[in-house]
Design a protein around this ligand. Structure first.
Ligand code: ARG
Length: 599
């Protein structure tokens, strides 16, 4: 099923071709002047220029041909040669019926399915998740759902940070506190199968150890050594580390569950470790790994790619840009980038992806540029198959990355709790859900809270930073998650009433202006998802959901449903309402937002 924009583009293209003009110039867009037309094509302007013809005359000839199209009620030339098209009510009704019958809403313009890995979330063992992880989870989950809708075979991987220095910090702190004596022996074990630490221990130990490492060089050195020994395979440390990972993962899963985020894979950075030696040998064989000041690096800048760099002595040199990828530090450790490179190799072997998307803070852009280039050079991934989808920060009112009132990093759990509390308040103020059982009210408050957080995030362009403003996000008015949930619930309640009154669906008939507008909006969903998919931009779906809710609101105000004059009109409008609800819920689901049944 094709949307109107696409099928009209084809019709205008055919008319162009008949006039001897390249049909690729025929692009049709939604009208700038909805009062005059539904769609327009400006192609005659460029075409006339190429043919050295008069644009208005060319447009008139094309319009003449189009006037035979039974779907169009009027075709007019405006201004210097714009072609304005208005659809007949019958054509709009037919298209609305098509959308209403489409259960999947996956779009006709789907591509050949690809195997896609989405690397998102990126939480770390023991370190609490913060708002940067929140954005990654929200955006990544939405992209995963969108790519699946469009037909790709998608694997979402949390890429759990389970292998770095923080592991050595924890092991050392545990040892110092005598919490894990049984694991400190050097031999082969056996070691206890029960975890010696709780989540509360990890929550307490990590900041303590991280702080200590900053002040106490001896402690830092011991933690480094522990990290190296863990990575080197010391059995007691490995056994203890497995407990850290398990305890952490279980807690994280609960938080993600609350956010309706779930991963197909919980692979960790550690999973790439077994490939490390082989990879380093391979990079050497390929002549890519070179010595640089005691470290081993891969040069990734191409000829002439340099930038000015200030050296410690104040002098300025032209340094390669991006800088070389550090594979092995001068102390002999593998680095963050080494892990990412080995993970590409791991994914190649175990999954064979056509595309890997990394949903990670924009501030890691250079890191990914280095890793991707190294991967292409080494032949671990085909050119253009790796994409970093960066995002901006969530800022406080001061324009700096969001902090708690005490100045600390806001933990995800606290953020969700805070948002849920605000949602309860707002629901009470608006007298929503007051009469419902307490348990259901809690479920609604939770859904409203998540909708507010997710929608405010996803309605912004991915790359822009935005200001965290819970009061605004939680409003039932304006472009917010709660507003959209409220509209969806309103339609649900309308459909329930219609069912009680025995109103039956009937063929869709379009007559009123508000009905026309709603039909055009329903038609635009396919283009919105196609665009969001191409640009990896969930905000285009958020945009569409908002527009749909508004269009429905106007329709509902102008076109009574349950008290419409006759059964045919009631049934037609009911069918439009049902199609709206299905599309709105689909759009919200793509954003990772669940709708309650009532409120
Ligand atoms: N764990 C990292 C962090 O907290 C994010 C991981 C992102 N993904 C990746 N493949 N590097 O910053």
């Amino acid at each position: 099923m094709t949307d109107l924009k696409t099928s009209l583009s084809e019709a205008v293209g055919a008319a162009f071709a008949a006039e001897g003009v390249d049909k690729a110039l025929a692009r049709v867009t939604a009208s700038d002047r909805p009062d005059l037309a539904d769609f327009q094509s400006n192609g005659a302007l460029a075409a006339a220029k190429a043919l050295k013809a008069n644009p208005r005359e060319l447009a008139a000839k094309v319009a003449e041909r189009l006037s035979n199209d039974p779907r169009l009620s009027s075709v007019e030339v405006a201004g210097p040669g714009f072609i304005n098209m208005k659809l007949s009510n019958a054509a709009l009704a037919q298209r609305a019926a098509e959308v209403a019958a489409d259960v999947e809403l996956a779009g006709a313009s789907r591509v050949e399915p690809r195997k896609v890995v989405i690397d998102y979330g990126g939480p770390n063992v023991a370190k609490p998740m913060h708002v940067g992880h929140l954005r990654s989870a929200i955006i990544g989950e939405s992209l995963k759902r969108l790519f699946r809708l469009r037909g790709d075979d998608v694997v979402g991987d949390a890429h759990f940070g389970d292998w770095g220095f923080q592991m050595g910090l924890l092991i050392t702190a545990c040892g110092d506190e005598g919490l894990a004596d049984a694991f400190m022996a050097e031999g082969d074990g056996p070691f206890p199968a029960e975890t010696p630490v709780t989540l509360a221990d990890l929550d307490r130990l990590y900041p303590l150890a991280a702080g200590k490492a900053k002040e106490d060089p001896a402690f830092r050195d011991r933690a480094r050594k522990a990290t190296a020994e863990l990575q080197g395979g010391r059995p007691g440390y490995r056994a203890l580390w497995r407990h850290f990972v398990a305890v952490s993962r279980e807690a994280l899963k609960r938080e993600y569950d609350d956010l309706s985020v779930d991963f197909d894979l919980w692979n960790g950075e550690s999973d790439a470790d077994p490939l490390m030696d082989e990879m380093i040998a391979d990079l050497k064989t390929k002549g890519l790994l070179v010595e640089d000041d005691g470290a081993q690096v891969v040069h990734v800048a191409r000829d002439g790619e340099t930038r000015k760099k200030k050296l410690a002595d104040g002098s300025v040199i032209e340094a390669p840009s991006p800088p070389p990828l550090l594979v092995i530090s001068s102390e002999g450790s593998a680095m963050y980038g080494t892990t990412d490179l080995a993970t590409i190799l791991d994914r190649k072997k175990s999954i064979g992806p056509d595309l890997i998307l990394y949903v990670v803070d924009e501030r890691q852009a250079e890191h990914f540029e280095q890793v991707f280039r190294a991967a292409y050079l080494a032949g671990y991934a085909p050119e253009k198959s790796l994409e970093h989808l960066g995002f901006g920060t969530m800022n406080g009112a001061d324009g700096k990355p969001f902090k708690t009132r005490a100045g600390g990093v806001l933990k995800l759990r606290d953020l969700i709790d805070q948002a849920t509390e605000k949602a309860r308040e707002r629901l009470h103020e608006a007298k929503l859900g007051d009469d419902l059982p307490a348990e259901e009210f809690e479920d609604i408050a939770h859904k409203v809270a998540i909708a507010a957080l997710k929608f405010s995030d996803l309605s912004n362009n991915r790359t822009t930073s935005y200001v965290f403003d819970l009061d605004r996000f939680m409003s039932f008015e304006g472009k917010t998650g709660p507003y959209l949930l409220y509209q969806a619930v309103r339609v649900k309640s309308l459909l329930r009433k219609a069912a009680e009154q025995g109103v039956a669906l009937a063929p869709i008939v379009i007559e009123e202006a508000a009905e026309r507008d709603l039909a055009l909006t329903l038609d635009a969903f396919d283009a919105a998802t196609a665009d969001a998919y191409d640009k990896r931009s969930p905000n285009l779906i958020a945009e569409h959901a908002y527009r749909l809710a508004q269009s429905f609101s106007k329709f509902y105000a102008a076109c009574p449903i349950l008290v419409a004059p006759d059964a045919a009109t009631k049934g037609s409008r009911l069918a439009l309402a049902a199609a709206t609800l299905h599309q709105l819920e689909t759009a919200l689901r793509l954003l990772g937002i669940e709708t309650p049944e009532r409120m």
